[in-house]
Design a protein around this ligand. Structure first.
Ligand SMILES: CC(C)(COP(=O)(O)OP(=O)(O)OC[C@H]1O[C@@H](n2cnc3c(N)ncnc32)[C@H](O[C@H]2O[C@H](COP(=O)(O)OP(=O)(O)OP(=O)(O)O)[C@@H](O)[C@H]2O)[C@@H]1O)[C@@H](O)C(=O)NCCC(=O)NCCS
Ligand SMILES: Nc1ncnc2[nH]cnc12
Length: 278
């Protein structure tokens, strides 16, 4: 029996968290820069989100309207409930807020695309058309989220911008990179995580590093990792451990990159391109 889209969504969450060693992020050996969570928190959170991914997939399969913005509006309502389920399962820790958003969109869009024989990235663009303008119209709003603060300060709309543009970074960069990569699944996912950090601006990293100034440093360390041979060399792995120490010292993390890795894994599982490759 072939696996369902929901199985792949949950597998994507779990594959990401068990991949190690990840700088700043939670993995089985290390909490990185997250003192309030560990790998078990992520397992609890992932399992608690099954119902949401079932709803997202069901919505994509059954939606018959002409305007996919309406499908997204309906998904968002379910996403807000899913955030509550996540907080209930984790003792109020934010494990998967970004993944509820990005992976929820992919799960719903992939289900819709399957029924209607359409391109998933095009479906996402139609779902999220006008999203940044819709969400970011109130500059005077009090209690702005980090994403909103960063948008009004730097003009960069993070997770929303990637969604509105249909995740070109996944379609053109991280998924082809993962599909071409070789080695164990862990090695392939580590390299794909660092590739992701070298190409996106992660609002979690921007928040924790106090602005945009450390992004060139991040790109430099990502280059250095690949110059050392990446996950296939002892030097590359040792470098990731050193990066983790620096990340923890500065409280840096790559939460948004982890979310892009999660949706990249999801698409690779859907395309059956993630088995062990020598
Ligand atoms: C559109 C939303 C994602 C909301 O965005 P918001 O404005 O709240 O904040 P952002 O910072 O823009 O993004 C929220 C999370 O998205 C992840 N993320 C960041 N950059 C990117 C990116 N470039 N591409 C994709 N995803 C990105 C990231 O999530 C991960 O990090 C979280 C852990 O970080 P941490 O710093 O530890 O968390 P906190 O507890 O908040 O802080 P500390 O106290 O510990 O310092 C973890 O969740 C990862 O998944 C960003 O955090 C969407 O949520 C939204 O639409 N919200 C409105 C309500 C809604 O409609 N919800 C339902 C959505 S379907
Ligand atoms: N492994 C991880 N550690 C911290 N935040 C995350 N968000 C998604 N995956 C994460």
């Amino acid at each position: 029996m072939s696996k369902s889209i929901v199985d792949h969504a949950l597998e994507a969450l779990l594959y990401e968290v068990v991949t190690e060693p990840k700088p700043g992020l939670v993995d089985p050996n290390n909490n990185g820069s997250h003192s309030d969570m560990d790998v078990y928190t992520f397992i609890n959170s992932s399992v608690a989100l099954r119902e949401y991914f079932e709803q997202a997939s069901q919505l994509g399969e059954s939606f018959t309207g002409n305007d996919l913005i309406e499908m997204f509006a309906s998904l968002r309502e379910k996403g807000i409930q899913a955030e509550k389920a996540m907080f209930a399962a984790t003792n109020n820790v934010n494990t998967h807020k970004g993944a509820i958003f990005s992976l929820g969109i992919f799960t719903c869009a992939q289900s819709y695309a399957g029924v209607h024989q359409q391109n998933v990235y095009e479906v996402i663009r139609q779902m999220c058309k006008g999203l940044v303008a819709h969400d970011m119209k109130d500059k005077e709003k009090t209690n702005k989220t980090i994403g909103e603060q960063i948008y009004f300060k730097y003009g960069y709309a993070g997770a929303r911008e990637l969604a509105e543009s249909g995740y070109p970074v996944v379609e053109k960069t991280t998924l082809p990179f993962l599909e071409k990569s070789t080695g164990t699944i862990n090695q392939r996912l580590l390299d794909t995580l660092i590739k992701t950090a070298s190409v996106i601006a992660d609002t979690t990293f921007i928040k924790r590093s106090g602005g945009m100034d450390q992004l060139p440093w991040l790109k430099k360390v990502c280059r250095q990792y690949f110059d050392l041979g990446g996950s296939k060399t002892a030097e590359g792995i040792e470098y990731l451990r050193e990066m983790n120490t620096i990340f923890v010292e500065h409280n840096y993390t790559l939460g948004g990159c982890a979310d892009i890795l999660i949706v990249t894994i999801f698409m690779a599982l859907e395309k059956d391109s993630l088995s062990f490759k020598n």
